[in-house]
Design a protein. Structure first.
Length: 666
């Protein structure tokens, strides 16, 4: 038993170290696979011997803890905000004020003002104890489980840290991860998130920490608070925190800088005013702090903010231009988005011709009219935004009325109570919706039907061959062959692709149906809970919201979907065609090999080649027929050809034996 406890402790230590090297120091010393296998081993041991689980085990990074309600915690040190300034004059005044108060030489620390969510994390005896949001500054919410999934935040410290202290910083959404999240949402037909900051904030309040883990938030630290801190200045203390394992702002890149004069401060501001566009995350200004703690204490606080610090906020870039026209886009789920067509104007280095007006409420709030001169900003938002109207230049007396009919099929639009968007209700009759639904149905994460691109869908639609997803399964080769640019081979591919999609598991089919708000994750949860389309279609609102993460909005959308007669007809036809509409529980299935691509070659002892391929798929791995840079493993049996071996070696693809494989899946 002691051996097991030691093994858990050693594994945890090793994983912690590898995590720090990878996420904080950007060094990769083992392969992802090796890391995952170590983590998996720890997870297995923890499952078997829960009595030895460490409070701050590296397995917490994966998330999975569900928090129903975030308890309120009173801050030991209030979380104050900073005084803001928008002009260099105010910064000069700030510096002069401080100089007057003392004859000592004053040094300042200049830092980035990260545009995210403030967090205070308490560590006791080097262990992550609790993470609390800013809240109203006096008390915040305990979001520990979610913050523990952020890999750059250490769960256990190294070196000579204080025994009990709080570290504060800003959790933010790196732009690349934010973009990726929105790309995924776009594919799933979900509304896009408008800006990284609000999304970071929303993510941190989610109940399922594994979703938080998957989003890739990050954190920079800017303050340490405690009773037994020996270092006497901010700059050294922040740098010291790096030795304890924290990700602190790099000095080399000027994320943090120690300066001795107003010139140094202004130089820092000017540098970041232009360079901020190149950062992989958003900042909304810079922060200037007096470095020495004694001097900070001398200066003290006003009721709201410290006198020893100030924020300089960058102005969001804003230009004015004319609104020529508002057009309306129909999404595949029927949602209508008004788009402002603008007189082209240069903003932040790109020409802006369009801006989203989001919905009818926004239009009403802005009271924007055709021909108006409008102000456009590209501040925190990724998509340019109309922020106001220059009413002095207005000539048009007519308010802008939101359209009442679908621009595509003419149906009268509907707007549900409490929802901001208008919808076209003609789900299975509106051409844009039909084509959009088919595009979604065949996409890679859904039915993954090869040989059917957007153009072919357009052609098939125009020829009257498809009017819904079920029609795909009635297509015959001799119907598609006459289509423009369709050759014998591509027609075969298309028909084979459709045939192969009958093997796609139920959860993906459910996602492919394109029910509003039912993305990948929701589809998985619903499939697991109800097991068949039959059961799902007769579920009540109460039964639906019982499922973890399913709220009223999703539940209502599911009920709406199954209340439409034409949807039920489509489902019946899919069933007749042989599409999977219930879960196929496979014995021995797992996701041990999820994300790995295998090329199988040669002769094996315990399996036939087909059996070993099936086994890979049973454990969530993918099979590919040729070796490429995308291959994770070449599973080599006896008599594998030398050319294949050479290719694998050249590309650096790992070659494993049948015995290695058996170890991986057992
Ligand atoms: S110092 C007592 N430093 O800005 C002052 N704050 O309005 C403590 N922020 O709530 C804050 N980057 O969320 C500080 N380098 C930085 C910062 C920073 C972003 C945020 C923080 C705070 C708000 C202050």
């Amino acid at each position: 038993m002691q051996d097991v406890q030691k093994e858990i402790a050693d594994l945890s230590e090793k994983l912690r170290e590898l995590n720090h090297q990878y996420y904080v120091l950007n060094q990769s010393n083992v392969s992802d696979y090796e890391f995952d296998m170590l983590l998996k081993k720890l997870q297995d041991l923890e499952e078997k011997y829960p009595q030895f689980i460490q409070e701050n085990s590296p397995t917490k990074r994966v998330g999975g803890d569900i928090t129903k309600k975030f308890p309120t915690v009173i801050h030991k040190y209030p979380m104050l905000s900073l005084g803001n300034s928008y002009s260099k004059e105010e910064i000069i005044d700030f510096e002069t004020r401080i100089q007057k108060l003392t004859t000592d030489q004053i040094k300042y620390v200049c830092e980035l003002k990260y545009d995210g969510v403030a967090i205070g994390i308490q560590y006791i005896n080097g262990e992550f104890y609790r993470a609390v949001t800013r809240g109203d500054g006096t008390k915040g919410e305990d979001i520990t489980a979610n913050v523990k999934t952020i890999r750059t935040i250490p769960l256990k410290l190294k070196g000579d840290y204080p025994s009990d202290f709080e570290i504060r910083g800003e959790i933010f959404f790196p732009l690349e991860n934010f973009k990726r999240l929105n790309q995924e949402r776009e594919k799933e037909g979900l509304p896009l998130f408008a800006n990284p900051r609000n999304t970071a904030s929303g993510t941190l309040k989610m109940q399922d920490s594994s979703v938080v883990a998957s989003r890739g938030l990050d954190c920079f630290l800017y303050g340490v608070y405690g009773d037994d801190i020996v270092i006497d200045n901010h700059y050294d203390l922040v740098n010291k925190a790096a030795e304890w394992g924290f990700k602190t702002p790099p000095v080399k890149e000027r994320y943090i800088e120690l300066v001795a004069s107003i010139d140094g401060i202004l130089d820092y501001i000017n540098h970041w005013d232009t360079k901020r566009k190149e950062l992989p995350f958003e900042i909304d200004g810079v922060v200037i702090k007096v470095n020495n703690y004694d001097q900070q204490n001398q200066l003290g606080f006003t009721s709201k903010s410290p006198r020893w610090a100030i924020a300089y906020k960058f102005k969001a870039e804003r230009v004015s231009t004319v609104l020529n026209e508002v057009t309306y886009q129909v999404g595949r789920t029927g949602s209508i988005t008004p788009v402002a067509n603008l007189e082209p104007v240069l903003l932040g280095g790109t020409t802006v011709k369009r801006a989203s007006l989001h919905n009818a409420d926004i239009i009403e709030e802005l009271d924007v009219r055709i021909g108006d001169t409008v102000f456009v900003e590209k501040g925190g938002e990724i998509i340019p935004k109309i922020v106001g109207v220059d009413e002095s230049k207005r000539t048009n007396p007519n308010q802008l009325n939101f359209i009442e009919n679908c621009p595509d099929c003419g149906s009268v639009l509907v707007r549900k109570e409490g929802e901001a968007n208008h919808y076209c209700p003609n789900e299975n009759g509106c051409p844009t919706q039909i084509k959009g639904k088919i595009q979604h149905f065949i996409s890679r994460n859904a039915m993954n039907i090869d040989g059917l691109g957007d153009e072919t869908i357009e052609l098939l639609y125009n020829e009257g061959l498809i009017r819904n997803i079920a029609d795909l399964y009635d297509l015959k080769k001799d119907q598609v062959l006459p289509l423009e640019r369709m050759a014998e081979k591509s027609a075969d591919n298309l028909i084979n692709g459709i045939e192969a999609s009958k093997e796609i598991p139920f959860e993906k089919v459910l996602f492919a149906l394109g029910i509003r708000f039912v993305g990948n994750t929701v589809a998985k949860k619903l499939a697991k809970a109800f097991k068949s389309i039959e059961a799902l279609s007769s579920a009540t609102l109460e039964e639906l919201v019982e499922v973890d993460e399913i709220g009223d909005k999703i539940a209502e959308s599911v009920i709406d979907y199954f209340s439409v007669e034409s949807n039920l007809e489509i489902i019946n036809r899919l069933k007749e065609a042989g599409v999977q509409l219930e879960i196929q529980e496979q014995e021995g299935a797992s996701d041990l090999l999820a994300g790995s691509v295998f090329v199988v070659s040669g002769v094996f002892q315990q399996f036939s080649r087909e059996e070993i391929k099936k086994s890979v798929e049973l454990h969530g791995g993918k099979i590919s027929s040729s070796i490429s840079s995308k291959t994770t493993y070449v599973l080599a049996g006896d008599k594998m050809g030398p050319a294949k071996l050479q290719k694998a070696e050249k590309l650096g693809v790992k070659i494993i034996s049948e015995t290695d494989y058996l170890e991986m899946i057992n």
